[in-house]
Design a protein around this ligand. Structure first.
Ligand code: CDP
Length: 230
């Protein structure tokens, strides 16, 4: 691989539960890049808010959230057991807990708060300084790295996305219904697309990848094809 390819910033945005993080992690692994799951950062802040009753029934106590922001430290730490970077919230590894459906059901109102975005985007900029990074999220190609070398906008049929997420959570032993997953996916997309600050939208220069009918291998091949075109 040439030096040029080693120094890229690859931005992967898209709808909820379409496998962005899985594919981003695989690309980073193949290219020997850093992988950053920006959604995990928003989820960690949402977890803090849930634990401290800063969000109750989907309603955010904004003054308390702002007063607490300086107490919320979110960072990634290498886990030698899994060979992955886990997300930490203050002194605790929360990589598992942030995946709970309860967190998915509360993260979007937290992610719509300008000050939360400001804090996390500045951390993401820091992480992208050395390049050689694959970051996935909702606003990576539009706001975080508007000059990214490759921008992909991922999507898939909502039913396919819900089924994949349902299978994932059930495999982990979480008791959830297909309907609540489907509702969460649709509501989260709607919330993320209609918020005022950095709404989810495809960057003008992003390439769409609809993986409804693709295997993981096919999507990886599709992306590497785009990487080699740069
Ligand atoms: O994995 P999944 O697609 O379900 O979601 P995620 O990437 O973990 O993101 C969780 C939530 O965080 C999203 O629904 C957004 O509300 C928010 N998010 C965001 O606003 N901006 C990002 N760059 C990443 C996530």
């Amino acid at each position: 691989m040439s030096d040029k390819v080693r120094k890229l910033i690859i931005a992967i945005d898209g709808h909820s539960s379409c496998g962005k993080s899985t594919v981003a992690r695989q690309i980073a692994h193949e290219l020997n890049y850093i992988f950053i799951d920006s959604g995990a950062m928003y989820r960690a802040v949402a977890l803090y808010c849930l634990r401290n009753q800063i969000i109750v029934d989907g309603i955010v106590d904004l003054p308390r959230l702002l007063a607490n922001l300086e107490n919320i430290k979110v960072y990634f730490k290498w886990n030698p057991l899994t060979g992955q970077n886990d997300i930490w919230l203050n002194e605790e590894n929360v990589a598992e807990e942030i995946r709970l459906l309860q967190v998915s059901q509360n993260v979007s109102p937290i992610a719509a708060v300008a000050e939360v975005r400001h804090l996390l985007v500045s951390l993401q900029h820091e992480m992208g300084k050395s390049k050689g990074i694959v970051m996935d999220g909702r606003d990576i190609g539009t706001v975080v790295f508007p000059n990214a070398d490759l921008k992909i906008f991922m999507t898939a049929d909502p039913k396919v996305r819900a089924q994949r997420r349902y299978d994932e959570l059930v495999a982990k032993g979480e008791e959830v219904s297909f309907e609540e997953i489907m509702t969460n996916i649709i509501e989260r997309d709607r919330y993320d697309e209609s918020r005022e600050v950095s709404p989810l939208r495809k960057a003008g220069d992003a390439i769409i990848l609809d993986n409804s009918l693709m295997t993981r291998e096919e999507q990886l091949a599709w992306i590497f094809d785009k990487v080699s075109d740069i």
